[in-house]
Write a protein that binds this ligand. Structure first.
Ligand SMILES: NC(=O)C1=CN([C@@H]2O[C@H](COP(=O)(O)OP(=O)(O)OC[C@H]3O[C@@H](n4cnc5c(N)ncnc54)[C@H](OP(=O)(O)O)[C@@H]3O)[C@@H](O)[C@H]2O)C=CC1
Ligand SMILES: CC(C)CCC[C@@H](C)[C@H]1CC[C@H]2C3=CC[C@H]4[C@H](C)C(=O)CC[C@]4(C)[C@H]3CC[C@]12C
Length: 345
């Protein structure tokens, strides 16, 4: 059987570009596009089929920000496939982003200018909100839903005599100082995106510690700065169009300005080609682009430690248990209410 690959957030940007690159690599792959909006998912499949008419592309409804949807989708995956070779955890959000213009101009004339453009440190804040599960939305989407998905797919990811891979689309915006073990959902701060991405770096390390012996390997990548719906949401689109020539100019000095989804998906693609045993669990694999526009991948050591990653892993296990309990209670209450209605009729 051909390799089975599931990509979350596959209907646009980096996820869609990854699917395109994977099909160019091997058009016999079994691709599963896991998306929250089926219309957009259909459009993505049609686009992929235009360039690869014989490709095997399935769609899966998945709202990674909802635990119920994750459990339902995982159930469907297990019924459809008897193996899962690659699980790309790519879906992500950055709601209500705000740029600190003053900090931007201050940074522009400082020695930290290259770092500022690569990581947006000190520039970017977001306004988060609580979702239906009672969780912070950024944490739930970028981290927790994906964590539950990996755990739920464990039986087809960790199979005897076979290796499987989980790849997280993290970011160079991930920062230790934005994350706190006392506030893993980042309820109290203004950088939920940086916090959620740092948490994914920690969790990848923990997944390796707990699952390498069963043949499951986890890695993290950063796509660089890519023009996608996510980045277009940061500033008005006319502004981006206006500064686009400047962005290409900056790229001469900053290899993190990958700019196109194709370039951004470079690290995800290169991990597909690498042997899992050759990967460094403490490295983040960066998509980079030279001034002339050629694309390459480079590993860089992450600022993470085992104790913190284990502590977060334990916390997420507890939260997962609580979420499952809550959903079960909801189902039981619905059942009891239905029964009551039937009896009173
Ligand atoms: N663009 C950049 O510069 C960078 C991006 N990244 C990361 O790359 C990843 C991909 O983002 P990018 O391609 O840039 O942006 P896009 O907005 O184009 O892609 C994000 C994808 O995630 C999906 N998504 C969002 N929320 C959910 C959800 N609850 N359930 C299922 N799918 C969901 C979106 O679906 P829908 O179309 O329905 O919204 C979309 O397909 C993200 O994790 C992002 O954080 C990291 C560093 C830099
Ligand atoms: C105010 C303007 C004149 C110019 C503002 C430029 C900023 C909008 C951008 C400068 C650096 C950008 C970013 C860097 C890192 C990205 C990160 C890796 C990610 O995960 C998401 C997007 C970035 C935060 C991105 C966002 C736009 C900038 C802050």
């Amino acid at each position: 059987m051909e390799k089975v690959i599931l990509v979350t957030g596959a209907n646009s940007g980096i996820g869609l570009a990854l699917c395109e690159r994977l099909l160019c690599e091997d058009s016999r792959l079994q691709l599963c596009l896991a998306c929250r909006n089926m219309q957009r998912a259909e459009a993505a499949r049609s686009a992929l089929l235009t360039s690869h008419p014989d490709a095997h592309i399935d769609l899966l409804h998945l709202d990674v920000g909802s635990v119920r949807s994750v459990l339902h989708a995982a159930h469907k995956v297990k019924a459809r496939y008897n193996r899962l070779d690659y699980l790309y955890l790519n879906a992500g959000i950055m709601p209500n982003p705000q740029i600190d213009i003053k900090a931007f101009f201050k940074g522009l004339f400082s020695s930290n200018v290259v770092k500022m453009f690569a990581t947006a440190e000190g520039l970017l804040t977001q306004q988060d909100r609580v979702n239906k599960d009672g969780l912070q939305e950024v944490f739930a989407t970028n981290l927790f839903g994906h964590f539950v998905l990996v755990r739920e797919l464990d039986s087809i990811l960790c199979q005897a005599g076979q290796t499987s891979r989980v790849v997280w689309t993290s970011s160079s915006n991930a920062r230790r100082s934005a994350f706190s073990l006392e506030d893993v959902q980042h309820r109290l701060g203004t950088e939920p995106y940086a916090s959620s991405k740092y948490a994914s770096d920690l969790i990848s390390l923990a997944l390796n510690r707990h699952n390498n012996s069963q043949g499951l390997y986890s890695s993290v990548i950063c796509p660089g700065l890519v023009m996608t719906n996510l980045t277009y949401g940061i500033l008005p689109s006319f502004f981006w169009t206006l500064i686009m020539p400047i962005m290409y100019l900056i790229r001469i000095f900053t290899n993190t300005f990958t700019l196109t989804p194709y370039n951004g998906a470079g690290a995800l693609h290169s991990l597909f080609l690498k042997k899992p045993e050759s990967l460094d669990p403490r490295a983040k694999y960066h998509s980079l682009t030279s001034g002339m526009g050629s694309n390459y991948t480079q590993p860089r050591q992450m600022d993470i430690d085992d104790d913190m990653s284990e502590a977060l892993y334990v916390k997420l296990l507890e939260m997962e248990k609580a979420a499952r309990k809550r959903l079960k209670e909801e189902d039981d209450n619905k059942q009891a209410y239905k029964k009551y209605l039937n009896q009173t009729e």
